[in-house]
Design a protein around this ligand. Sequence first.
Ligand SMILES: [Zn+2]
Length: 208
Amino acid sequence: MSRSFETNEGGEFQSPALERLVRSLSRLPGLGRKSATRIALHLIAEEAAAEDLLSAASEAGEKVTNCSNCGAITEPDPCRICSSDRRDPSQLCIVASPVDILPFEKAGFFQGRYFVLGRLLSPLDGVRAGDLPFERLAERIRTDGVKEVIIALDSSVEGETTALYMQQMLEGGSVSMTRLATGIPVGGALAYTDEVTLQRAFMGRRTF
Ligand SMILES: [Zn+2]
């Protein structure tokens, strides 16, 4: 084994370049130091793979953006869901993050459109209503003729607080507000809910 793979007492690589690569990889979600090291060594051994990864990341960073209408991750803007005339604009599904759209689209039962909040209300952490795009949401509800707002936020305290705020926001208007039935684990991220559970929760959705 080459000297550059030697580590100091703290387990850091003697090679500063290798150590830097491992550190930046281990900051990626889901990667611990062990997997980061495996990937780093692979990238060093396979130069073509490293170049491909770099150019793919840089191209995606340039071209992939958030839909200016709904907030989904997309390459054309507006996204395909917002610009499709086969999607029903009267049903608007509210999610916290763009990844929360994925299980819905994968399951394929929902024919409405989405609105991504980007974050959830959390007064204790200083995240207040003014930090969320509620004004844009209200405008979207008006211009799209939304009849049903479906809350698909996870059942954390923040999710509940946000849902409650929206209920007050829509109170007295002609828009009905529903939420997914139980079946989504408490505090569980929506993005990891399986399709069957999600569809069941959607079909059993109830009014506030
Ligand atoms: Zn969109």
